[in-house]
Structures are given as C-alpha cells and as structure tokens.
Write a protein that binds this ligand. Structure first.
Ligand code: APR
Length: 419
C-alpha cells in the first residue's frame, strides 16, 4: 500500500509503479504486479461505476486465457463462457463454419465481455488491498527520464496530490494523457485509415450460436455474443454516417438482409455509435520510465478481436519485466519490452488488416479486389493449411511456439525499446 499522502497536499507519496487508467490494460498490470508483491497505485479519471459499465470487446483469446491461468488468476478474473472454437462465415447467405482451435493443449478462448473482465480484475485487486483511486483528475506526468518520475493529480474536491515512483504504466487508452507527456519526435506514429465506417449496435437480443461474420453485396455485417442475453452487431456504413442515419427499423432491416436471416430476432437497442476502421501504432512503446500499454500505444481495427488481447499481452510483459527488475535487478525484459510488444502488435495488425480487407472487398469492392478476396475465403474454407494458419492467428498462439530470439528480430523492428 503506498504511503498515504501526508496532510501537506504537496508532499509526494511514493510507490514502485503508478498505473494510469483502470481499463483492461491498467487493471491487468496492477493485478499482476500485486500478485508479484510489487507496490502500485492506479489513477483512474472516471468513476468506478462508469468504468464498470463501459462495454467494448467480448473475447479473451486462448493465449490471454492461458496467460491468466499461468498467474493462477483465470478462475477469478475470467467470466463469460468458453468459446466453442467455431466461427461462422456467411457469404451471400451461405454458411461456412471455420474452427479457430489450433489443436494445442490447455484452456481455450472465452466469450467474456470486456466490462466483466475489468470488473473482476478490479474486485481481485481491491480485495488484495490494492490502491485504486477513481476520479483522479488532471493527471500529469513529470521527470519521466529521471530516476523518480512524479505524477500529479487532483481529487474532485480540488485537493492536489503527488506521487513519486520508479515506473509509470501508461494504460489510459488512445485519448489519455500519458502519450501527450512524451516530447514531440520521441515516438513515431504509424497510422492507417481503411476508409470504412462501421455502425456498432448493442442490443438485448439473443446472441448467435457462433460469432458470425457476413459478406454481402450490400456490405459487411457481423453478430457477436455479449453475454447470454445481449448481442453486439456491426454494419458497414459510409465513414461519415452518424447514428441518426440509422433508425432502429433500418438497423434491423439491414442486418436481416446482410446476415441472410429474415427471421433474425431483434431487441431493445442499448448503445449505438459509428466509427471509422483505423489502425495506429506508436513506436517505441516507451519513453524513459514511462511504458505505454494497450490502446495508449496502439489501435487495431476490431476485426479479429485483437484490441483488448493486445492490451493483455502488453500488460503481462510489463508486469513480468518490472518484477525482474525489482526482485532480481535484471532489466533485460524491461529493455526488450517495446520490441517484444511491437512484434505481436504488427503481427495482429497484419491479421486484422487481412481479415478487414477480405471481408469487405469480398462484398462490394471493384471486380478485381473482390475476386482476390473471394479467393482468400475459398482457400480458408477448403485448405487445411490455410484453416490452421487462421486458427493460430485467432488463438494468438502463433508467435509463442516459434518465437525467434529477440536479438535477431530487434534489429529489423523499428523502435529501440531501450533507454
Ligand atoms: N487520467 C486517468 N485515467 C484516464 C485518463 C487520464 N487522463 N484518460 C483515460 N483514462 C482512463 C479511461 O477512463 C479508461 O478507463 O484510462 C482507461 C483506458 O482504458 P481503455 O480505453 O479501455 O484502454 P485499454 O485498457 O488499453 O484497453 C483496450 O479497451 O477501448 C477498448 O477496444 C479497446 O478492447 C480494447 C481495450
């Protein structure tokens, strides 16, 4: 437990790690550090209730399930149900079931809504005596390249507080403060805009038997489970659309047409937003004693469900690296953090890009790219080797088994990951 800030509001308390953000990245870093006996303080801008209700991703991939299992946390933090390993592709109304099981031993992926994971991580962290401060306002980061960074923030009553620490975990998402604390030019941003819009809809409507991806000449659509009584839908739309362009009846008509399911059962829509499919990678994922984790470092298109799982991967690597330094004085993993994370980030960016292009081009692109995309789907549905490669990418196990030694790779990867 960090020393309590003294009565003098400007007397900095101290801790080993300050974690900024209490989403999947932040709460995973904090919980794994706690399991390692390492002191940390989590600063979250919003209220606990707001964070607990924020619905986003819905699948914890096989690799991440096994990561939590390796920490002895899987039963505590993973809600939802096991994923049966089957994805349904529906092309012009015709169903193709594809396995995303890679045949490896061990627990499989879980259909666990993101807010369930975050709530369970938060409960585990607090039950373990964790120091989690909600409504920490106006967080600012100082002296990141010195030996003891200082993090300042304000409580809702206006009282200023300060914390000094050894390391800062920037887990505050794509619109957070951590990345803005890095001087211009220190990070390189690699961005890609697919030029595709998605309307995403959350509804209290029956989930599908399997996660469903549909290709049609009217555009892409998808239907995913979000718990036993809720569903997440995606509808390709013009990137400049707003939710007002999509009244309820139009949403259900488009879903029934594109999913090829006239009898699709509807339900009350509880959330609706439009976003552009884009990707963004910041390199390196580190500046001095600040380490960027999850969406604070990278954004990937939702295709393939990699956003939250990359955050979990980064968090595991950072917690283990900090443990090595604090317990053994070995900073090798900390120096390799950025390069190791970026290797998986680019792998998953490529997979999501491939799947995004394939499923959109196969529907309504110009003839040549449409034929290319249909050929990729035909190969996926008919070639065991292509199906296995797809399964490995879905499970996230692909890079683990054949992990090339980093020193061989780090020369090829942009970004130093070092001091
Ligand atoms: N100070 C403190 N907390 C902040 C600040 C700030 N200045 N800015 C943002 N936060 C908090 C947000 O309120 C949020 O709780 O940081 C957290 C960031 O969480 P996410 O945006 O969920 O990012 P991450 O934890 O990396 O998880 C990535 O979340 O958004 C989804 O699709 C994304 O599934 C992916 C996952």
């Amino acid at each position: 437990m960090a020393e309590e800030a003294s009565q003098l509001p400007d007397a900095p308390a101290s801790t080993t790690v300050v974690v900024i953000g209490a989403g999947p990245a932040g709460m995973t870093v904090a919980t794994l550090l706690q399991r390692s006996g390492i002191d940390c303080v989590v600063l979250e801008r919003r209220s606990r209730d707001h964070v607990a209700r924020r619905q986003r991703a819905g699948i914890v991939e096989t690799r991440a399930v096994r990561m939590f299992d390796s920490w002895g946390l899987a039963d505590q933090v993973l809600g939802g149900i096991p994923h049966d390993g089957i994805l349904e592709f529906r092309v012009d109304g015709r169903s193709h079931l594809v396995s995303d099981r890679d045949g490896s031993d061990g627990p499989a992926a879980r259909l666990c809504p993101q807010q369930v994971l975050v709530q369970k991580l938060t409960e585990t962290f607090l039950e373990g005596g964790g120091d989690l401060r909600f409504e920490a306002l106006d967080v600012s980061l100082h002296d990141l390249t010195g030996d003891r960074p200082t993090i300042r923030y304000r409580t809702p009553d206006g009282t200023p507080h300060a914390l000094t620490c050894d390391f800062v975990a920037g887990c505050d998402g794509d619109h957070g403060v951590s990345r803005t604390a890095v001087p211009d030019g220190a990070l390189t941003a690699h961005a890609f805009d697919h030029g595709i819009g998605w309307l995403t809809v959350l509804a209290d409507a029956p989930p599908p038997a399997h996660p469903l991806l549909a290709v049609s000449s009217q555009g892409f659509a998808a239907h995913f489970p979000r718990g036993p009584y809720a569903s997440r839908y995606y509808l390709q739309c013009p990137p400049d659309d707003t939710p007002d362009h999509w009244p309820e009846q139009r949403v259900w008509d488009a879903l029934r047409t594109r999913l090829g399911d006239p009898g699709l059962v509807s339900g009350p829509i509880t959330d609706r937003e439009v976003f552009r499919l884009r990707s963004l990678v910041h390199d390196p994922m580190r500046y001095g004693r600040l380490f960027l984790v999850g969406d604070a470092a990278h954004i990937v298109s939702p295709m393939g469900g990699k956003g939250m799982n990359l955050a979990l991967y980064d968090a595991d690597l950072l917690a283990r690296a900090v443990r090595d330094v604090v317990r053994d004085g070995d900073d090798t993993a900390l120096r390799d953090y950025s390069a190791r994370c970026l290797r998986r980030v680019w792998n998953d960016q490529e997979f999501s890009h491939w799947l995004t292009r394939t499923l959109h081009d196969a529907g309504d692109a110009e003839p040549f790219p449409r034929h290319l995309a249909r050929a990729r789907l035909d190969r996926l549905f008919t070639s065991p080797a292509a199906a296995r490669a797809f399964a490995e990418l879905m499970t996230g196990i692909d890079l683990e088994a054949g992990a090339a030694p980093l020193e061989k790779l780090s020369g090829n990867l942009s970004g130093n990951g070092g001091d």
